[in-house]
Design a protein around this ligand. Structure first.
Ligand code: BDR
Ligand code: CA
Length: 311
């Protein structure tokens, strides 16, 4: 199986991504989950990650708490989307499994130094603070990662937190800048993809029809956080941003994109955190990321529902 570290700020869609990964042990081995501040503060994201592991019946997964604020700015959170706890919707018990004592950044550095080069994939689903801190502290690890498949940014869809920027990149643009300049092979799952992966009423009904605690919880989570996108954009249902990262690992053929240059805006107040992707190749800046732009949403939901049914 592909060995991954999930770096995350759960978040209902992060939760579904974690469930999808844990439901796919033949293809994916989760070495650990590292929590970061983002959708809600760190204490809650570290709590929510453990709640999700327990929901999946995997209290053995190691969960680490990481950075509690962006590198150079105050934390911006998204309770207006995800609710006060970040995981509003289902009634889930407080976690019993313990948080690891080590810091998430130390875990990332140690894992990449210990494992053979090119064997560990990083899957960031929130602001890139933990990953950038690890790269800054241990510059040798960037060339050891097999790849980084991250949810963040946008091209044609532009922004969801400001007119120009997507939430994960906007919250910590300095961190994103470090990661995009790191030289590690990056695949970006932007809003252009995730705004096409919507939980329609029929897809929600399919989760519920699984008749399991996981199916019910996922239906309730997406019902909660779709309210924001429905009101704001008239969307048909909740966009499953973060699960697309795991779906890409499982079925890359469901996605298409371009290898392009991506730079992060870190100074402009107007466009802070914008992912400036040279989609049309109008500069001679070297490509540093594969920017996905198309998705077979029906394929993603068929895969997701089938996998959730295994938990
Ligand atoms: C991203 O921001 C968060 O609210 C979601 O969990 C996702 O990672 C989408 O912009
Ligand atoms: Ca997230």
């Amino acid at each position: 199986p592909r060995r991954i570290i999930i770096d995350t700020d759960p978040g209902q869609d992060d939760a579904v991504a974690i469930l999808l990964a844990l439901a796919s042990p033949e293809e994916i081995e989760v070495l650990g989950i590292t929590a970061v501040a983002g959708n809600v503060p760190l204490t809650l994201t570290a709590r929510n990650a453990r709640i999700v592991c327990e929901l999946a019946g995997r209290p053995d997964i190691r969960v680490f708490a990481g950075c509690d604020r962006p590198l150079a700015r105050p934390l911006v959170t998204a309770e207006h989307v995800h609710g006060r706890t970040g995981l509003d919707g289902p009634e889930l018990p407080e976690p019993r499994m313990a948080l690891e004592e080590a810091h998430a950044v130390d875990f990332i550095v140690e894992t990449l130094r210990r494992e053979a080069p090119g064997t560990v994939t990083l899957c960031p689903l929130g602001p890139l603070t933990n990953i950038a801190t690890a790269f800054r502290r241990a510059p040798d690890i960037a060339e050891r990662v097999a790849g980084i498949v991250l949810m963040g940014g946008a091209y044609f869809e532009v922004g969801n937190v400001t007119p120009a920027a997507e939430f994960n990149i906007h919250v910590d643009p300095e961190a994103a800048d470090i990661v995009f300049r790191s030289g590690a092979p990056i695949t970006v799952v932007p809003l252009d993809v995730t705004h096409r992966a919507l939980v329609t009423p029929a897809r929600n009904a399919a989760f519920r029809a699984l008749g399991t605690p996981v199916g019910l919880a996922v239906a309730q989570m997406t019902e909660f956080f779709e309210r924001f996108d429905k009101e704001k954009y008239g969307a048909e249902g909740a966009p499953l941003h973060d699960p697309c990262v795991i779906a890409y690992l499982l079925r890359p053929a469901l996605f298409a994109g371009r290898h392009v240059n991506v730079e992060i805006e870190t100074t402009s107040e107007l466009t802070l955190g914008m992912t400036v992707a040279d989609w049309w190749g109008v500069t001679d800046r070297a490509p540093n990321a594969t920017f996905l732009g198309a998705v077979d949403a029906e394929g993603v939901f068929t895969l997701l529902t089938e996998r959730l049914g295994r938990l």
